[in-house]
Write a protein that binds this ligand. Structure first.
Ligand code: GCV
Length: 835
């Protein structure tokens, strides 16, 4: 009996079909197929000698054993000496030279770089994984396992790698109460209820994932920092987290608040130039480093979105940065000063005001005034992680200041882990953008890594916000963004396709159809998302004063937050030109500014980010702006509808659990894309008064509005914003049970019924759909989207297919509200069944 069960399990394993949670991400080490296994087994020595017993080296050794056992079904034999008959040797260059002088290893390696080298000595074959430091050795071990997982040959290796930039960090925006600002993967892995979590197992797992990408530090609390994080009695909690990360070579960093000398230190000032404040920072840093000698440094958000800053005392950002940086310097700590400084109470009536100018306006004059261990951390674009922005001009301005690009892995403005959006193509566009900072050929990646102006530090920071969810980021496909960030931080010259394919292979297996389909979907997804949320540089047209999730075209206007697109009945876009606008374009170096300043050369993708144009303005593509807005929304929605079909073609090739979870996500996204399409297209249709040349906008065949149905108990309500509901209205139920119905008057045939309802997070209403008195479907509105309101965020879609309709059939929906939720309905659409 038992052997048969084993055989069956073996078969399932071979097909990669066991239910997977996503917990192991790209480090699953799934068994290779027979051919690959045979090849690698032949190439790989059977023994492993690790020449260091530091915790990081132990991790490298453990990982190799684990990975090889998983992929090849073999357990490496651990030796304490380097055997004469060959083997895998793991250690720093210095360690190997000392313990095995017979191995010829002439090389100089940089910190964190590694070398995978096959050596043949006296007829014996060695596979050497070496580096300048233990962290590099660990990175080398992961690199070898990645090669094996990707089916690359490991028979004759000579792969020497140096990270592109010294800084490869992630930031987590975790609050000490366990919530995560803009986190969509569950609660904090670090904190709960004001304290460090008892069980830090997930911190260690996260450290392993970060190490596999070469990421060496993690800020463990929100940049909107709770001052308590630096209190002396809190320190032991930070020490525990540092301990969980340390075996993976990941160093802890802390987000601090400039007011801490006052709030925690008990001083009556936090003026950075007050000697008592200077002394306080110094003694605090000394105390921290006594407890955590490898503390990576601090991150600071100052004078931004309500955080205190040096402006309180008329000091400059450089004054503030240097005081804290000097406290960290003797210990080797870095101080990340965020360039995200702006006034969120700007007068929107003043056409010269412009939030996009803020970073450059604040820091240009300070170039050269920062100490060498200060790094300016600059968001990729001048606004705030929107669907599309130009690169921040500040990257090209600074010559004598270290800088790092801040990329957002967590999908705040990108569908919050409910929409598939692979961000690597977007990041690459920024990283490859030539800022002409010292003539041509100075892309952002070279500037931030310090290469262009020979800066001692700089690089890449990703806002990750992983959480306790089994799959870390809220859905399986979003993991590709964390993977992609790490890979780019190591080597920004990798292509988006290479990263997408690597990730897919390691995460879902190497079935060519699976790889082609998933990588294809990922690679197309940014443009598709942009198409239905905010093309041409409109930015993400979401509720920017609320949850940053659902559609709300005007939420950005007439307030001080400065994410304006200035669309009205005459035209659309921010005039940021030098000639007539805010002058933002003039912050770029002249060759870049010249391209952006003229409508003749400004790329279509940024046209309304940089110019105010009439809706009839002709794009380079030959379309008018308004027709492009309509078309892109319809194309985007169509492409999302295709995702589910593409995914369905993988049934049986991806384990069932992940298959079902991703399918549900893509179907949900299909419904959301439709709301976005209709809302944005109708909003611009109303504003411009210009019809859609293809006649789609405002015409929805088969759609019956809730407000047009026969209502029993349901009452019609106005939805805000109006564009989030078809017809601007919904029907809501204030009783225990309400009914809405209509009589079908179309042709007989097979149909699908799409019910658009609202699923807020303050209840679990139930719905029943009846067709000709037969129950056709029932469901509960139990999703947890970030809203209590009937709006674009809560708008959801239920499709019931395979319905045979005859003229005169009654279609009836019954809603049973729950809690604060009103079983609200927007419309029912009758569509020909696609099956
Ligand atoms: C941590 C945006 C986000 C905020 C975030 C801020 C920042 O405004 O919406 O949640 O705060 O950026 O990067 O500091």
């Amino acid at each position: 009996m038992l052997p048969r069960i084993h055989a069956l399990l073996g078969l399932l394993a071979a097909a990669g079909l066991q239910a997977e949670t996503g917990n192991q991400a790209w480090l699953r080490y799934a068994a290779l197929d027979d051919g690959a296994t045979r090849q690698v087994r032949e190439a790989l020595p059977a023994t492993l000698t690790a020449l260091s017993d530091s915790p990081v080296a132990e991790s490298a050794r453990g990982e190799l054993i684990r990975g090889i056992r998983g992929m090849l079904g073999r357990t490496l034999r651990v030796e304490s000496r380097v055997p004469r008959e060959g083997g895998i040797v793991l250690g720093t260059l210095a360690g190997i030279r000392k313990a095995a002088p017979h191995l010829p290893l002439a090389a100089n390696l940089e910190a964190d770089g590694y070398w995978l080298k096959t050596l043949r000595v006296d007829g014996a074959r060695y596979l050497v994984i070496t580096a300048e430091n233990d962290r590099g050795v660990l990175y080398g071990a992961f690199a070898l396992l990645r090669k094996i997982g990707l089916g690359e040959s490991v028979a004759d290796l000579d792969d020497r790698q140096t990270p592109y930039a010294p800084v490869r960090w992630v930031n987590q925006w975790d609050n000490l109460d366990g919530s995560i600002e803009r986190g969509y993967g569950g609660r904090s892995i670090f904190w709960d209820n004001g304290n460090v979590r008892e069980d830090l197992g997930r911190v260690s797992d996260y450290g392993r994932m970060l190490a596999s990408l070469g990421i060496g530090a993690c800020a463990i609390n929100n940049v909107n920092a709770n001052p308590r994080v630096l209190a002396s009695d809190f320190l032991p909690q930070v020490v525990r987290i540092a301990g969980a990360f340390r075996p993976w070579g990941v160093r802890v960093a802390l987000s601090v608040d400039l007011g801490i000398p006052k709030t925690v230190g008990g001083l009556d000032t936090f003026d950075p130039l007050d000697p008592r404040v200077t002394a306080w920072w110094k003694s605090k840093a000394d105390e921290l480093y006594r407890a955590i000698p490898d503390l990576a440094g601090f991150v600071l958000k100052a004078d931004s979105e309500g955080r205190v800053g040096p402006s309180a005392y008329g000091r400059t950002h450089a004054d503030a940065a240097n005081v804290v940086a000097r406290a960290l310097a003797p210990h080797g700590g870095l101080f990340f000063y965020r360039g995200f400084v702006y006034d969120h109470r700007m007068d929107w009536r003043n056409p010269k005001n412009d939030r996009a100018r803020a970073a450059d306006d604040n820091f240009r004059a300070l170039d050269g005034k920062f100490d060498d261990n200060v790094v300016l951390q600059i968001k990729n674009g001048p606004i705030d992680f929107q669907a599309r922005e130009p690169a921040s001009p500040l990257f090209g301005t600074l010559e004598k200041t270290n800088q790092a690009v801040e990329l957002q892995i967590t999908q705040e403005y990108f569908g919050q882990a409910r929409h598939l959006v692979f961000l690597v193509p977007m990041w690459k566009e920024t990283l490859d953008f030539d800022m002409h900072a010292r003539g041509a050929g100075t892309p952002v990646k070279a500037l931030v890594s310090g290469k262009t102006f020979r800066r001692p530090s700089g690089g890449f920071v990703g806002v990750a916000n992983v959480g306790l969810d089994e799959n870390w980021l809220g859905n399986h496909l979003s993991q590709a963004n964390l993977y992609g960030f790490g890979r780019l931080a190591w080597d920004p010259n990798l292509s988006a396709r290479q990263i997408a394919e690597e990730w897919t292979r390691l995460t879902f297996g190497d079935d060519p159809k699976v790889v082609a389909t998933i990588a294809g979907m990922q690679l197309a997804s940014w443009r598709i998302f942009e198409n239905y949320t905010g093309p041409l540089g409109l930015q993400t047209l979401t509720d920017i004063v609320g949850n940053h999730y659902g559609v709300s075209v005007e939420a950005s206007e007439r307030n001080g937050w400065g994410q304006w697109h200035r669309a009205d009945e005459r035209g659309v876009g921010m005039d940021r030109t030098i000639a007539t606008g805010t002058g933002f374009i003039g912050q770029f170096r002249p060759p870049v500014a010249a391209v952006y300043e003229s409508l003749k050369t400004c790329p279509d993708d940024l046209v309304v980010f940089l110019h105010h144009v009439p809706y009839t303005h002709l794009l380079h593509s030959g379309k008018t702006v308004i027709q492009y807005i309509y078309d892109s929304h319809y194309e985007g929605e169509q492409a999302v509808a295709e995702y589910a079909r593409q995914w369905e073609s993988l049934k049986g090739r991806v384990d069932d659990r992940r298959y079902q979870e991703v399918l549900a996500q893509l179907e949900y996204q299909g419904g959301q894309a439709q709301v976005w399409r209709d809302a944005v297209a109708r909003w611009f249709h109303r504003a411009s008064g210009i019809p859609d040349a293809k006649g789609r906008v405002g015409r929805y065949p088969g759609r019956v509005e809730g407000e047009a149905m026969k209502l029993e108990g349901y009452a019609v309500s106005e939805v805000k914003p109006w564009e989030a509901a078809s017809g601007g209205k919904a029907i809501e139920c204030a009783a225990a049970r309400c009914v809405a119905s209509f009589s079908y008057d179309g042709a007989p045939g097979w149909y699908a019924l799409q019910v658009r309802y609202f699923d807020q997070n303050n209840g679990a209403s139930r719905f029943r759909l009846w067709v000709a008195n037969q129950l056709a479907g029932e469901w509960a509105a139990t999703d947890r989207v970030p809203t209590r309101k009937v709006d674009g965020s809560s708008s959801a879609r239920r499709t019931v297919s395979g319905i045979a309709l005859r003229p005169g059939d009654e279609i009836r929906i019954e809603g049973l509200p729950d809690g604060g939720e009103t079983a609200a309905i927007d419309y029912i659409e009758v569509r020909p069944d696609r099956n």
